[in-house]
Design a protein around this ligand. Structure first.
Ligand SMILES: Nc1ncnc2c1ncn2[C@@H]1O[C@H](COP(=O)(O)OP(=O)(O)O)[C@@H](O)[C@H]1O
Ligand SMILES: [Mg+2]
Length: 268
């Protein structure tokens, strides 16, 4: 735990939807409303909230993929909220994203080796092949996976490939947007375990988005609860789980289906 690495300061984001009628104004969506959030280096932060609450939007802004309508975002003290394109290049070495749907984010025409090496292309890395081999092993894929294509793998293995790709540049921060939500329940725990192990072994800062607080509980020390573009609760995960302060958080917890084996972090 240490210095703040991500500082979100009163960030708002407005989207304009396509106009449906010439006589009415284009509908606007206030996806983020004055969101403030500090993540410290080494922290494992969960972001929970129902669908449409703004979780993915917040993550894309932290990753520099989108710019806020107002407010500022700092990464390691540097204001990134006005930067785009090449001026954000430095961030790609420091921060990587993993998405929910590995099929959508893995190019089907590329081999696993090409996919995993892709983030290295903009850099002059001498031994890309060794790097690929190292990260594939780290995510538990066999060396021969390198020559195969995404469709030859199961959903869980494909998510391992996206995690490997995120690790090739040795980032400091991993942002994960519902990385296990599309997976079979039977492989979820394995992928969560893998993320947890990698975060520990590589001293990563983790920001992990899920609509399911029971998943965040397995991984994250702290959780923020989002509702309609705002953070309504922020605290240690166990405390929020056992003693939620907000009605909305209570409803989120009540909506979690009871799992036959409600395992906790140490047991998965
Ligand atoms: N590119 C976009 N254009 C228009 N509206 C968007 C866009 N991205 C997100 N939204 C809207 O912003 C709100 C928050 O969406 P999102 O961040 O995807 O929520 P979550 O990830 O929590 O499900 C939703 O109302 C969504 O429809
Ligand atoms: Mg989302």
């Amino acid at each position: 735990m240490g210095a703040p690495i991500i500082e979100v300061d009163r960030v708002s984001r407005v989207y304009h939807r396509a106009r449906r009628s010439l006589t009415r104004p284009a509908p606007v969506v206030q996806a983020l409303r004055e969101v403030s959030l500090t993540v410290e280096a080494g922290e494992r932060l969960g972001i929970v909230g129902e669908s449409g609450s703004g979780k993915s939007t917040l993550l894309r802004h932290i990753a520099g993929l989108e710019q806020p309508t107002s407010g500022t975002i700092r990464f390691d003290g540097k204001d990134i909220s006005g930067l785009s394109g090449r001026r954000l290049g430095f961030l790609r070495d420091r921060l990587q994203l993993v998405f929910q749907d590995p099929m959508g984010s893995l190019d089907p025409r590329m081999t696993v080796a090409q996919i995993v090496a892709e983030p290295l292309h903009a850099r002059r890395v001498r031994d890309a092949a060794a790097r690929v081999e190292e990260v594939l092993a780290a995510v538990g894929l066999p060396a021969e996976a390198a020559g195969r294509y995404p469709h030859q793998f199961s959903g869980g293995q494909r998510q391992r490939i996206s995690i490997a790709r995120a690790l090739t540049v040795s980032p400091d921060v991993l942002l994960a947007d519902e990385p296990v939500s599309a997976l079979d329940v039977s492989v979820r725990a394995q992928v969560l375990n893998l993320i947890s192990t990698l975060v520990d072994a590589r001293d990563l800062t983790l920001v992990f988005v899920s609509h399911d607080l029971s998943v965040i509980r397995h991984l994250c020390d702290r959780v923020v609860v989002m509702r309609a573009g705002q953070i309504v609760e922020d605290g240690p995960t166990e405390q929020v789980w056992r003693d939620p302060q907000h009605d909305y958080t209570r409803r989120l917890i009540a909506a979690i289906p009871a799992m036959p084996a409600d395992t906790h972090r140490s047991e998965i």
